[in-house]
Ligand binder design. Sequence first.
Ligand SMILES: *Cc1c(COP(=O)(O)O)cnc(C)c1O
Length: 314
Amino acid sequence: TLSSGMAAITGLINMLSTGDEVICMDDMYGGTQRFFRKISTTNHNINYKFIQMNNADLLKSSLSEKTRLIWLETPTNPTLKVTDIRAVVKMVKDFNKDIIIVVDNTFLSPYNCQPLTLGADFVIESATKFLGGHSDVVMGITATNDEKLWERLVFINRTSGGVSSPFDCYMAIRGIKTLSIRLERQNQNAMKIAQLLEKNPKVEKCLYPGLESCEFHNLAKSQQKGFGAIVSFVVKGGMDEASKFLTSLKVFTLAESLGSVESLADHPASMTHASVPADIRQELGVVDGFIRLSCGVEDIEDLLKDVEQALAKI
Ligand SMILES: *Cc1c(COP(=O)(O)O)cnc(C)c1O
């Protein structure tokens, strides 16, 4: 365990050397991107290729002799695109079995997906989110089932000092005890909210892999136990409509984080993804009417009513 998700990520990247190449998702968590682009690229001369990982041809043509590590995030934040972990593992390991495959599994948590069983070498979890589950701890976790890689990583992490405090460990252990019942409820709540959004005339589209209308539905089903607590959707109109919806919510709290027992709402274009240039945001589909919900454990009737009344205010 480490002092934050970002400390876990930094530790893994410390396994690399100058000149190594990393292939990663083009729409990863903003903090990871910032570290890769603004510190690791410039200070350590590690070469990052940001690609659409669910495009197999693109991945194949990006692999090279210098490729040391593949960085996956599935589903992505906030557009919830799912990548076939088994297919990536097969292609990459066929090319060179020594390439390390990392999956940042924060969005699903181990309850909904276990990438090590799908062939990944390392899993990263920001325990700040679902594992802690109560928005009151900051912690990161790295897991592997490869002894050699583990020894190397533990040496790096102990030496670089991003260790977690005893109190944070205590809080995370408490959180993990209820992970399965929280996630079971949060998955259910998310599904019902997605179904409501999909039918509402004020909504342009709802992106939730649990919906059969979602292009990633079958893939998500094949590698996940549940579809997760994050639901993204686009309201018709733009900034004004999104803002009207968000300020009308009473049960959902406007906040950047996710994964807690309380339901949270985020406006990526002005909050979590504001630092992404507007043209790239458009390309990724993160338009001004885009909203991301992290569904909590509250009574589903309260959540549905809240979403419905806020949509009615638009
Ligand atoms: C929050 C988050 C992180 C970073 O975790 P911290 O504990 O906040 O440092 C990394 N990856 C993803 C996908 C996240 O959502």
